[in-house]
Write a protein that binds this ligand. Structure first.
Ligand code: NAD
Length: 431
């Protein structure tokens, strides 16, 4: 185990790339927030250090009859404010540091939006594209069994993440329900509507991104109507965004997906793009669009840039040539440290991921609350509460940013850390 300075014990083992270790990035952010808040050193250590790091072997019988053993993790970073909350990802690059960093991000995210959860994350190091559907089900159920003692509606509530979806959540919920001997709908969120899911979950992240975009423009004295926006990614987050922002009078002038980027200076028509995507499975080829090299998407003249695809895409070079003066981080971790420094020099304001993309976890909270109540909310109730929660989180972080005189990112992290510190202090030290 390596430390991160002083006596902080971290979950990291073998670091392959010291230059980009997501865990060290999170530790640095939390420690900076701790200094800003003048927290006691021991308290910062408690907040940084994950509460529980569970590593499990996940043996799966393949269709061929052979047995393959995968490694999985569930890391509960902080539960001082409520049960752990965070997704499960299946990916060949998953490792303990990454899961630890994402679990800490979740502790901060749930605190920033002030919902009664802590932070957790899970994953299995596997390439799910190499599994048949029945192998995927066996892997999911075995992993669910392996972590069963540590999850539950009042302990830790997983959700979908990369390569996991409503079906995977259904299998996990069913496995835990079989083990417990009763239905346990509240053990995971992101489920289908028929078995404890909620209306409004899909698209909730995009609703939050929209609120952050409009609020940033308004707080800077700008009218959102007619403002130009470029979006990287046309998936679960990016696609609804094109429509939501257009409905609010903004002009989406550029969109990229994995196959390329398009520029439409007059503004994209969401309905035409949706139909084109259904037919072509890419945004490329949208009628009348100019094709742009993917790496030049953020150079398209625009007022707002929204990364909604991968992490680490706003590098020093990208930040140097970026046209927009506002970035709204829909993706997780889209800006590198160097990119961030350039953005600061160029006075580009970044609405950080822990605030901008937190609409999804708020929706998960609403799903869990409905499962516990056994009562499905009206769609309007869901939409109103989502909007209120996101707006009040945005307003609070904006006010703190001005009060503390720090970047939007530092303000958001500090708001989260301050709430975790308050809960930790009030609860005191056991025994
Ligand atoms: P998704 O898989 O549905 O869509 C990803 C999109 O990115 C696709 O359109 C894909 O073509 C595009 N893409 C991939 N590589 C690209 C590249 N090199 N250049 C341009 N585009 C590329 O994923 P999603 O759920 O929309 O998530 C997008 C981001 O938002 C991720 O960083 C995710 O962690 C984050 N996020 C998602 C949610 C959610 O509710 N889905 C919540 C919080 C954060």
């Amino acid at each position: 185990m390596k430390g991160t300075g002083d006596n902080v014990v971290t979950p990291q083992g073998n670091l392959s790339d010291e230059d980009f270790n997501p865990w060290l990035r999170v530790v640095d952010l939390i420690e900076r927030a701790g200094s800003l808040l003048e927290l006691d050193r021991g308290l910062i250590q408690r907040i940084v250090t994950p509460e529980r790091v569970l590593e499990v072997a996940v043996p799966v019988r393949k269709d061929s009859g052979d047995i393959e053993v995968y490694t999985g993790w569930r890391i509960q970073h902080d539960t001082s404010r409520g049960p752990g909350k965070g997704g499960i990802r299946f990916h060949q690059s998953v490792n303990r540091d990454e899961i630890a960093a994402l679990s800490a991000d979740m502790s901060i995210k749930t605190a920033v939006v002030n919902i009664p959860y802590g932070g957790a994350k899970g994953g299995v190091k596997v390439d799910p594209t190499e599994l048949s559907r029945s192998e995927l089900e066996r892997l999911t159920r075995r992993y669910a069994f392996d972590i069963a003692q540590f999850i539950g509606p009042d302990r830790d509530i997983p959700a979908p993440d990369i390569n996991t979806d409503t079906q995977v959540m259904s299998w996990i919920m069913d496995t835990i329900s079989m083990l417990r001997g009763h239905n346990s709908f509240g053990v995971v969120t992101g489920k289908p509507l028929a078995i404890g899911g909620t209306l409004g979950h899909a698209g909730a992240t995009s609703v939050g991104v929209t609120i952050c975009t409009l609020s940033t423009l308004r707080n800077l004295g700008e009218d959102p109507v007619g403002k130009r926006v470029v979006i990287q990614g046309y998936g679960k987050v990016g696609a609804p965004l094109v429509r939501l922002l257009t409905d609010r009078g903004m002009k989406v002038v550029g969109v990229a997906d994995i196959k390329g980027a398009i520029s439409v200076p007059g503004g994209i028509d969401p309905a035409i793009l949706e139909q084109h995507f259904l037919d072509a499975h890419t945004v490329v080829g949208y009628p009348g669009a100019d094709v742009v090299p993917a790496e030049k998407l953020f150079d398209i003249p625009s007022d707002v840039a929204i990364p909604a695809a991968l992490g680490g895409v706003i590098t020093e070079a990208v930040a140097n040539s970026m046209a927009a003066k506002i970035v709204v981080e829909a993706a997780n971790g889209p800006t590198t440290g160097e990119g961030s420094a350039v953005m600061k020099e160029r006075n580009i304001i970044a609405v950080p991921d822990v605030l901008a993309n937190s609409g999804g976890v708020v929706a998960s909270y609403f799903e869990w609350a409905q499962d516990l109540q056994g009562f499905l909310w009206e769609p309007e109730v869901f939409a109103r509460r989502l909007e209120q929660t996101m707006q009040s989180a945005f307003d609070h972080v904006w006010a703190k940013r001005l009060q503390w005189g720090v970047s939007f990112r530092d303000a958001a992290i500090a708001v989260g850390v301050e709430r975790i510190a308050e809960a930790t202090t009030l609860r005191g030290l056991f025994p």
